[in-house]
Design a binder for this molecule. Structure first.
Ligand code: 6PG
Ligand code: SF4
Length: 605
């Protein structure tokens, strides 16, 4: 089935725009492929070092070029509940590799930051930059050039984007992403947020708050809200980097292990040594990227992907823009209600039919390209399945249902929750920004109120505690862009702004910083570009200026006489305290060269 003509037109526009960079990328990738299996280009010394710790059987295998060697890139650490399960994956992968006569080696580890641990803390100012550091770290592992294929063990926010940048940089190799799955459901996310607001109002103490948080984040696996980490899983399935149905199976279950073994065997089956060679750089094309964006809109995915997806696509020579994302949002309806876009969590989403049901609906409507390559073979239709554990311990796939098991969580294409998707671009005399509308009540899609300007998020917290914000206002939080302080998420502003909104005040946020994918209920124009330190108009806004955020018209305006506004000097702030501490001194060059948010906020291209 061909895609909707509007989807086709946007895809074609991306293909045309990308031609110069895509052709250079594909040429380089094909030259790398033409060198054939890469161990043969190594010297005996190189090779001996590379397999020094292997068993005699594996040494024999790796001495030649006919047994595939699988490079594992792992983001295991104990800080991210989502990544802790990866501790045992290399042993499972080595075992599965040997079962099919292959070899697997850990090529390298990459750093992984938990945005939940660093939220509101200085460490968050390294978060965005960690994406590119992860790509660079993965390249260091793969540059040993011992490998015929690769598997990537990563789940969370900046990790999957960084790993995908690496996978496309090593696009001559097949790449399979192997998730660890969501935490089982704990305290519901909306109950956690309610207790946070009570704490912000001083109505409960730290003990009650910690008890609620600990019941919400209680064990191994990805946090169950639909933030950036779970948006990553959806993207990997939509773009064909996961095996069908791999995204939302809980860790420590037989089906999870079966999926990991199957991914290993599949990664070894699609090397240049076999007859299904699927190098990542040729597998992913503009249609894959568009399928990812469509999935983002249909599920109300994370705003962070208006930055990461642009950088991920660029790694493959593909130029995606906010205009593309915004226009796709106007076409693609919202089909899932998962917190913060609803009360359900990703376990409920999966139980309602999950990715297989969603993809079936999107294919039926022509909103996605079926004619794509994936790690599983040809065609996205292969992903319209429901994964189960077979009696022999392998993965069995039933056809996805036509009926949602919970229509309040996952709906059909003819009864969408919203006629359009989650993410809109806003333009106007302040620059360009994005807003996530899937989690904002319709009556709050347009906000016009006086600005109150803050130069960091603590100033807003202090003003709230001092009772100075009991009014209609638009919070302008600036000097939060990539070049200022690494573009942290300002998710800690959600509870105080939520309290004020629940008290009936009209509130909104405008910032050159980011919000969490878990943020939602407050209308927020984020990623404002140009940022304040780059001469952005946000640096000219004064307290009391009327600001209008209109997610329906797609505009963001300061309602001040243009001549008067443009004559204003740019505000400046002292950012010395953001230059050091918690390792920030090591990222000074990143702050200097980081690109703008609408081009991926990257130091790599
Ligand atoms: O983009 C995201 O999805 C967030 O960065 C998420 O990964 C982060 O962990 C949240 O901050 C956790 O939510 P709480 O801070 O509300 O626990
Ligand atoms: S989803 Fe966020 S808070 Fe949860 S483990 Fe991942 S990075 Fe940490």
């Amino acid at each position: 089935m061909s895609a909707d003509r509007r989807i086709e037109a946007i895809t074609k526009r991306i293909v045309e725009r990308s031609k110069p960079t895509r052709e250079i990328y594909l040429d380089r990738t094909r030259r790398a492929i033409s060198k054939g299996v890469h161990r043969s280009t190594l010297s005996c010394g190189n090779l001996a070092h590379g397999f020094a710790v292997c068993s005699p059987r594996d040494k024999d295998a790796l001495a030649g070029d006919v047994v595939p060697n699988l490079g594992i890139i792992t983001a295991y650490n104990d800080m991210l509940s989502a990544h802790q399960p990866f501790e045992t994956y290399p042993a499972l992968i080595r075992q599965a590799a040997s079962e099919v006569g292959g070899v697997a080696q850990v090529a390298g580890g990459v750093p992984a930051m938990c945005d939940g641990v660093t939220q509101g803390q200085p460490g968050m100012e390294l978060s965005l930059f960690s994406r590119d550091a992860i790509a660079m770290s993965a390249a260091i592992g793969l540059s040993h050039n011992m490998f015929d294929s690769s598997v990537y063990l990563g789940v969370c926010d900046k990790i999957v984007p960084g790993l995908m940048i690496a996978a496309l940089t090593f696009g001559h190799l097949p790449a399979v992403f192997v998730p660890a799955g969501p935490m089982t459901t704990g305290l519901p996310n909306d109950e956690k947020s309610r207790i946070r607001q009570l704490y912000a109002e001083g109505k409960v103490g730290r003990a009650e708050l910690l008890d609620a948080e600990s019941k919400s984040y209680h064990g191994p696996g990805t946090c169950t809200f639909y933030g950036t980490a779970n948006s990553n899983q959806m993207l990997m399935e939509m773009m064909g980097f996961h095996l069908p149905g791999a995204s939302f199976i809980n860790p420590g279950t037989p089906l999870r292990d079966a999926l990991t073994k199957e991914a290993t065997k599949r990664a070894l089956a699609i090397t240049a040594l076999g007859n299904e060679f699927t190098p990542a750089g040729e597998m992913i094309d503009e249609r894959s990227i568009v399928n990812g964006v469509v999935g983002l809109h249909a599920t109300g995915g994370s705003t962070n992907h208006t930055i990461h997806l642009i950088a991920m696509a660029r790694a493959g020579g593909i130029k995606l823009t906010w205009q593309d994302i915004s226009e796709l949002s106007d076409i693609v309806p919202l089909l899932a209600r998962v917190y913060p876009n609803g009360l359900a969590d990703v376990n409920h989403f999966h139980a309602a039919g999950g990715m297989g049901f969603l993809i079936k609906q999107l294919l039926k409507a022509g909103y996605v390209h079926d004619d794509v390559r994936t790690v599983y073979g040809q065609g996205l239709a292969a992903y319209t399945i429901d994964p189960k554990l077979a009696d022999d311990g392998t993965v069995h796939r039933d056809p996805a249902s036509e009926v949602s098991a919970d229509p309040k969580v996952l709906t059909t294409i003819d009864k969408p929750f919203q006629a359009n998707g989650g993410l809109k671009m806003l333009t106007g005399n302040l620059g360009k920004a994005v807003i996530k509308i899937s989690a904002v009540k319709p009556e709050r899609h347009v906000v016009e109120a006086p600005a109150i300007v803050f130069n960091d998020q603590q100033e807003l917290q202090d003003a709230f505690k001092a009772g100075k914000l009991e009014k209609d206002f638009i919070a302008v939080v600036r000097f939060q862009g990539p070049k200022a302080n690494g573009m942290p998420e300002l998710h800690r502003l959600t509870p105080p702004l939520g309290v004020l909104q629940d008290r009936g005040f009209k509130v909104a946020l405008v910032t050159d910083g980011r919000m969490s994918g878990a943020s939602g209920k407050i209308p927020a124009a984020i990623h404002l570009t140009p940022e304040a330190v780059d001469g952005g108009a946000i640096a000219q806004i004064k307290n009391g200026d009327m600001v209008r955020l209109d997610a329906i018209a797609g505009t963001l305006e300061v309602l001040v006489d243009a001549a008067e506004f443009n004559a204003r000097p740019l505000a400046t702030v002292n950012l010395d305290d953001n230059e050091f501490g918690m390792g920030r001194e090591l990222f000074a060059s990143f702050r200097r060269i980081a690109g703008p948010a609408d081009q991926g906020a990257s130091v790599l291209f």
